[in-house]
Design a protein around this ligand. Structure first.
Ligand code: MN
Length: 166
């Protein structure tokens, strides 16, 4: 659900096709947005205010990322969704501590992190029975197909690529 909302906020499309006994394929159609091409402070839209609804189910997303500009961009995207709250961590160990304490609904995990990598962070999350069930989405600047394959084989649930243009 969180992936779908993130994707739709970027005016893009997500779909799924499933064949019994064969597997499930998720696909994303991402549109290159001028506003998303440069994740600097200047391009972030002004804050929007929404009333919190009492009957809304609150979902929690944990974002583990060491790049402050990327953190801020995703925080701004999530801020316009009153039903999703975001927790952020700037390294893997902090991310693991937050995941154990708050049991988020999904984790967006950068791969290149200071200290332990996203892959090591994922392994620890998967081995801990309290966090093993949480879907973890990789987010990386590595856009080669083999990077995505490696991430999915390591147990990431989804692979998102950061696109930055000059
Ligand atoms: Mn990074």
């Amino acid at each position: 659900m969180i992936t779908k909302e993130l994707v739709e906020l970027m005016s893009s499309t997500i779909g799924v096709s499933s064949t019994t006994g064969v597997g499930t394929e998720f696909w994303l159609e991402l549109i290159n947005h001028t506003s998303l091409q440069d994740s600097t402070l200047n391009t972030i839209p002004p804050k929007l205010e929404f009333k919190e609804q009492n009957n809304t189910i609150q979902r929690v997303l944990l974002y583990v990322e060491d790049n402050p500009a990327n953190l801020m961009l995703v925080e701004q995207i999530i801020e316009i969704k009153p039903d999703i709250s975001i927790l952020t961590a700037s390294d893997g160990n902090m991310g693991i501590a937050l995941a154990r304490a708050h049991l988020p609904d999904a984790i967006l995990l950068d791969i290149n992190l200071p200290g332990i990598s996203g892959f090591e962070t994922l392994k620890i999350l998967r081995e801990d029975p309290s966090t093993a069930h949480i879907p973890v989405l990789a987010i990386s600047a590595n856009a080669m197909p083999q990077d995505g394959d490696k991430a999915l084989k390591a147990g990431y649930w989804f692979y998102l690529v950061k696109i930055q243009r000059a």
